[in-house]
Ligand binder design. Structure first.
Ligand SMILES: C[S@@+](CC[C@H](N)C(=O)[O-])C[C@H]1O[C@@H](n2cnc3c(N)ncnc32)[C@H](O)[C@@H]1O
Length: 329
């Protein structure tokens, strides 16, 4: 059955992305094999991530959602009217509804996501619900210097929105680079009162973290394995999905969940005509999900040029939402 599905998938013309090809070559050719987490999000990966968000074990989405809903008036009071919201990694563009509902007279919404088709569908439906908000979706990689459309004349300032603790997918050094880049992009939009509203997952009992990334329905495992399926489809790979296992654990020294795909036997895999050998038990490191204490995150934000101005959390301190202001350069 699964063979049939993958055969049918492989018959479709596969889009060839030379950057994906180069990154896969570098990652699988390295001594410690890795693949960048941003490649999880093809159409199927984006759909699987939406399923993850609804899992009972996956506390981050519902906790952040509750903080946003309950603190909406306080957040709106701080951000104020007439802003254009730039969302990094908007995904299904669901959480933005809470912010748009709370903000007085939001002027515009500029979501950025690497999963372009998924983003356009989400924004088309959002636009129908908020006809007075100017929406301009940008398909692209937010770790790069992305040229953004010119600021809206009716917007007083651009503010960033980065929910979902996607910041945790970066190592702290990469997160610093991202925050500096985001600060530059938001500053370019000009305006007084610019800043970044960002969701950050907190350090907690490893058992809670372990359950969240090892759900009983196996959706996170399917999300992880979909990366190999994407390589098979788009880069003419021959990964046998039955010969790799999802493995996620909390690394307390690095304060992070690590996701891996572990080869269950010695095997050779071919991708785009290149061969990669795997020992039994050898892993491909596919994702980090770093967890922060509030103070460690605020220090990082300050180092990137932001000023931590407010923080909200839930009663169990599972998740945090920070408002970081951007001092004028
Ligand atoms: C963890 S999900 C969070 C989705 C949503 N913001 C939420 O809070 O539920 C990460 C999102 O960021 C997008 N993404 C990941 N890496 C990206 C990159 N380098 N550039 C642009 N988008 C990226 C993914 O496609 C996905 O929609």
């Amino acid at each position: 059955m699964s063979t049939l599905v993958s055969l049918r998938r492989r018959e479709r013309p596969a889009p060839h992305d030379p950057e994906f090809d180069r990154d896969v070559q570098a990652g699988l050719g390295a001594q410690v094999k890795t693949l960048p987490a941003k490649y999880f999000y093809d159409q199927r990966g984006s759909e699987l991530f939406e399923q993850i968000c609804r899992l009972p074990e996956y506390y981050p989405t519902r906790t952040e959602w509750k903080i946003l809903r309950e603190q909406g008036p306080a957040i709106a009071g701080i951000i104020g009217p007439d802003v254009e919201v730039v969302e990094f990694g908007a995904g299904a563009a669901e959480k933005i509804r809470l912010l748009l509902n709370a903000l007085p007279r939001p002027a515009g919404y500029l979501p950025i996501d690497i999963s372009g088709a998924h983003l356009s569908a989400a924004v088309a439906s959002l636009q129908r619900a908020y006809p007075d908000v100017t929406m301009r979706a940008v398909a692209g990689d937010f770790t790069k210097q992305l040229p953004l459309p010119a600021p809206l004349p009716q917007a007083r300032a651009r503010v960033g929105f980065f929910p979902g603790s996607t910041i945790g997918n970066f190592t702290p050094d990469e997160a610093l680079g991202f925050l500096r880049n985001a600060a530059a992009m938001l500053r370019d939009g000009g305006g007084v009162g610019s800043g970044l509203l960002i969701g950050v997952d907190l350090v907690k009992d490893p058992a809670v973290l372990h359950a969240a990334y090892n759900d009983s329905a196996g959706v996170t495992a399917a999300f992880n394995l979909n990366l190999l399926e994407r390589i098979n489809r788009e880069l003419d790979g021959d990964f046998n999905l039955d010969a790799f296992d999802h493995y996620a654990f909390y690394n307390p020294r690095q304060h992070r969940i690590e996701m891996h795909l572990v080869s269950s036997k010695a095997q050779t895999v071919t991708v785009a005509g290149r061969q990669y050998g795997f020992d039994a038990g050898e892993s491909i490191h596919t994702e980090n999900s770093c967890k922060y204490t509030p103070i460690r995150f605020r220090q990082l934000a300050e180092k990137a040029g932001f000023r931590p101005a407010a923080m909200w959390t839930d009663p169990d301190s599972l998740f945090s939402l920070h408002w970081l202001t951007l001092p004028q350069a």
